[in-house]
Design a protein around this ligand. Structure first.
Ligand code: ATP
Ligand code: LTN
Length: 332
C-alpha cells in the first residue's frame, strides 16, 4: 500500500442499513477512501453477539457487501472484506482479552443496552464485543476510525488497550483516533426520537432502510413522532422529533439547519415531513438501482470477498506476528 494514513471501519450485517448508518458513517467512508488507505469490514463476528438465524446472516453478508459497493466503496481503492474470513481477528481478540479489564468492559453503554435484551443469560461474546472491535482496528495499524458518535466509547477502549499493551510489551500498536461524520451525525428513531435509529429495531416505522421504496419512506416520515407545537425549530432537548427530522433533511439536502427553519417557517409539520421524505427518497434511489444489479452478480461479490480477505489477512498477519512474539508464543 502507498504511504498514506490508514482508515478502518466496520458495519454489522445485522439488518438492512439505515439512513442512520449512511449519514453517520458510510457517507464519510466513501469520501475518505480517496485520501487514505482504507479498510472497510462487514463484521459478521460482531453480529453473532446477538442471536442470528444462520441463513439470514449469510444472506445479509452478501447484501451488506453489495450495498457498500452500491454506495460507492470501490474495491480498487479500499479493502472491503468480511471479518470472519480473516482469522487473525479472533486470535488477536484472545490476546487482548488477557489484557482487558472486566471493569472497563462493564461500563460500556452499548453492552448495558443490549444485555437487557438477552435477559438472564447474557452472552460472554456481547460483553467482549468491544475487545473484538479493538482487535479489528489495531491489527491494521489504523490512524483514523470513522464511526457514528455512538461508537466513541468503543474506540476509546481500543486506544486504552493499545497504550496498555505497548507499555507492557513494547511498541506494537498505533494508537487510533475516532472521527465523526456530518454534525457528529446521530440520527434518532422516527418513533422514539431520544433513541438512536437502529437497523435491528423491532418497530419498522422507527427506521428508514436504504432499501425502503419511496412510497414507504414518505409514509414513515408522515408517521414520525414530533410534538404538540407547530414550529420547525432546532432544539434537541425540547423538540427531539422535529430536530431529528431537521438533521436528516440537512444530511439529505445539504441545507443548513438555519436555512431549513427559514424554509418551513409558518408552514406546519405536514409539509415539512413530506419534504424530508422526498429528499431522503431522492438521495437513496440511485443506490438502490446499483444495489439490485450487484446483488444479482454473486460471482463478482464472492470474488471481492476472496481477494480482499487475502489482502486484509496479509496486513493483519504482520501485526499479529509481532504480537505473538511479544507475548511469548513460540514460532518455529
Ligand atoms: P444494530 O441495530 O444491529 O446495533 P446499528 O444500526 O447500530 O446496528 P452498526 O452496524 O452497529 O449499526 O453501526 C454501523 C455504523 O453506523 C457505526 O459507525 C455507527 O456508529 C453508525 N450508526 C449506527 N446507527 C447510527 C445512527 N442512528 N446515527 C448515526 N450513526 C449511526
Ligand atoms: N461496533 C461497530 C462496528 C465495528 C467497527 C469495527 C467500527 C466493528 N469493528 C472497527 C469501526 C472499527 C459499530 O458500528 N457498531
Amino acid at each position: 500500500m502507498e504511504d498514506k494514513k490508514i482508515v478502518y471501519s466496520g458495519i454489522q450485517p445485522s439488518g438492512t442499513f439505515t439512513i442512520g448508518n449512511y449519514f453517520g458513517a458510510m457517507k464519510n467512508w466513501v469520501k475518505l477512501q480517496d485520501d487514505y488507505n482504507s479498510l472497510f469490514c462487514v463484521v459478521d463476528m460482531h453480529a453473532i453477539t446477538m442471536p442470528q438465524v444462520a441463513a439470514d446472516l449469510r444472506r445479509r453478508t452478501y447484501e451488506s457487501l453489495a450495498l457498500l459497493l452500491a454506495l460507492g466503496i470501490d474495491p480498487q481503492k479500499s479493502i472491503l472484506y468480511v471479518q470472519s474470513m480473516v482469522p487473525e481477528h479472533a486470535e488477536l481478540t484472545w490476546i487482548l482479552n488477557c489484557n482487558a479489564y472486566m471493569g472497563e468492559l462493564s461500563r460500556m453503554t452499548q453492552f448495558k443496552d443490549k444485555a437487557q435484551k438477552q435477559g438472564e443469560n447474557i452472552r460472554v461474546g456481547l460483553f467482549d464485543y468491544p475487545v473484538l472491535m479493538a482487535a479489528d482496528i489495531l491489527l491494521y495499524q489504523t490512524d483514523y476510525v470513522p464511526v457514528g458518535s455512538d461508537q466513541r466509547q468503543h474506540v476509546e477502549l481500543a486506544r486504552d488497550l493499545a497504550v496498555r499493551f505497548n507499555q507492557a510489551y513494547g511498541d506494537v500498536f498505533k494508537v487510533p483516533e475516532a472521527i465523526f461524520g456530518e454534525s457528529g451525525a446521530r440520527i434518532m428513531s422516527l418513533q422514539e426520537p431520544t433513541k438512536k435509529m437502529s437497523k435491528s429495531d423491532e418497530n419498522l416505522n422507527g427506521f428508514i432502510s436504504l432499501l425502503d421504496d419511496p412510497k414507504q419512506i414518505v409514509k414513515k416520515f408522515k408517521r414520525a413522532v414530533t410534538d404538540s407545537e407547530t414550529e420547525v425549530r432546532y432544539d434537541r432537548e425540547n423538540k427531539p422529533g422535529v430536530s431529528n427530522l431537521m438533521e436528516i433533511y440537512a444530511c439529505a439536502s445539504g441545507a443548513s439547519l438555519e436555512a431549513i427553519a427559514e424554509e418551513f417557517s409558518g408552514k406546519g409539520y405536514g409539509d415539512f415531513k413530506l419534504k424530508v421524505g422526498e429528499a431522503v427518497a431522492d438521495t437513496i434511489r440511485p443506490v438502490q438501482e446499483e444495489y439490485k444489479r450487484l446483488l444479482a452478480d454473486k460471482g463478482y461479490l464472492e470474488q471481492v470477498m476472496r481477494n480482499n480477505a487475502e489482502a486484509a489477512s496479509r496486513i493483519a498477519w504482520r501485526t499479529l506476528a509481532k504480537v505473538r512474539k511479544k507475548v511469548g508464543f513460540v514460532t518455529v
